[in-house]
Ligand binder design. Structure first.
Ligand code: NIG
Length: 385
């Protein structure tokens, strides 16, 4: 097996307080030796290996862990976005538009489109990605989307409970029965997680709970969309059910924050969604100071957040959600790993996956200081599967 050293790193962010300084576990003038996709040693510059890659004094950080995307879809919703920028509010109804386009696409077309988006995400520094279904909304198409997602990542999420499809209009409980029954049976072999959109206009707390319970009975891990468009029962339900993550959290009461702080559920913020839907940004400071574990994800999808830029999400979290730069970088790396219950990614230390980003910048501050500039010079990773 060949060993490779990433040498001459000016600032190395390890996210490990055991080997580095401060909240990001920083080591200056460092090098990282890796072999077969795994870190075998972190030390001063000049470690020796079979091959040498020169970081030229730049900053190296762990690969981004994007714990919330809907990457398998067809079509786009630029017209909906444009009308939103002219003042029309976002209500999630456009999910049905994407569902129609996705049902009409062949599997080969979905694979090709997803492959393009994965390449874009990787170039933007995402080395671990979760992908949800939710644009099929029937038995065959949900299963098909999860089959496609599973070709790219082990972090696949069944989200038949994304919205009630038109053919079930006025019969939400019947649709929930289908999701918990035949749809779940077909989806489960290709899914690691189950999710539901617990929001006014989508699924209420009882319906969302039924979906999560059915998923748990099938051995799936639990996640939930909650508190995106207004206050609601999502966060409390996610905590009560022991979800790994509750995602959006744009509107949270003090009770929601207290419940999260006392739990293992990660609050996953999706700042590019608040940007793209003209929602208010949540105050992450309030949650972090209360002890809530947080992550940041892109939520890449054609409706509410059509971006693979974790750097944009980090900049928004700092600029508009009151996170420090260090907190935002942790949330996009080791925070995302916690939201996926992964301990092998999000850090650079011995035994972890060798997922590393060489920045075209001397320090990680530049990710926020130079917004919109593509600073991911090189993504070092092995295939996710
Ligand atoms: O997480 N909120 C629900 N699902 C997606 C939006 C999907 C869409 O609008 O197509 C989200 O924002």
């Amino acid at each position: 097996m060949t060993t490779t050293v990433l040498d001459n790193i000016g600032i190395l962010v390890t996210n490990s307080a055991e080997i580095g300084q401060g909240p990001l576990g920083v080591i200056e003038n460092a090098s990282v030796v890796h072999e077969d996709g795994v870190v075998v040693s972190v030390g001063p510059s000049g470690q020796v290996a079979d091959e040498r890659v020169d970081a030229e004094g730049m900053c190296v950080i762990p690969g981004f862990v994007d714990s919330h995307t809907h990457l398998v879809f067809a079509g786009d919703r630029a017209a909906e976005f444009t009308s939103r920028m002219a003042g029309r509010p976002y209500d999630g109804g456009g999910i049905r538009v994407t569902t129609e386009a996705t049902r009409a696409a062949s599997t080969d077309q979905l694979v090709a489109a997803t492959s393009t988006r994965i390449a874009e995400a990787r170039a933007a520094g995402i080395t671990t990605v979760e992908i949800k279904s939710g644009y099929g909304l029937n038995v065959d198409d949900e299963a098909r989307i999860l089959d496609v997602a599973g070709r790219f990542t082990p972090e696949t999420t069944f989200m038949g409970a994304h919205l009630v499809p038109s053919e079930f209009a006025g019969r939400t409980d019947d649709y929930v029965d289908l999701v918990c029954g035949r749809m779940l049976d077909e989806a489960a072999p290709n899914a690691r997680w189950i999710d539901a959109f617990c929001e006014t206009g989508a699924f209420d707390a009882d319906q969302s709970r039924a979906v999560l319970e059915a998923g748990r009975a099938k051995g799936l891990g639990l996640r939930l969309h909650g508190n995106q468009l207004g206050h609601g029962p999502g966060v409390a339900l996610a905590v009560a059910m022991g979800c790994a993550s509750v995602d959006h959290c744009t509107f949270m009461t003090d009770a929601d924050i207290e419940a999260l702080a006392a739990s293992d559920t990660v609050a996953t913020y999706l700042p590019a969604t608040d940007f793209s839907t003209r929602q208010p940004y949540p105050d992450a400071r309030r949650a972090i100071d209360a002890g809530v574990k947080v992550a940041i994800a892109t939520n890449c999808n054609p409706g509410s957040s059509y971006t693979t830029s974790m750097s944009l999400c980090i900049a928004l979290a700092v600029r508009d959600m009151n996170m420090t730069i260090e907190e935002a970088i942790r949330a996009a790396t080791v925070g995302g790993a916690a939201a996926l219950r992964r301990t092998d990614v999000g850090m650079i230390s011995t035994g972890k996956r060798a997922d590393m980003l060489v920045l075209a910048a001397p320090s990680y501050h530049h990710l926020v200081y130079r917004p919109g500039v593509p600073l991911i010079d090189r993504t070092i990773t092995t295939p996710m599967l």
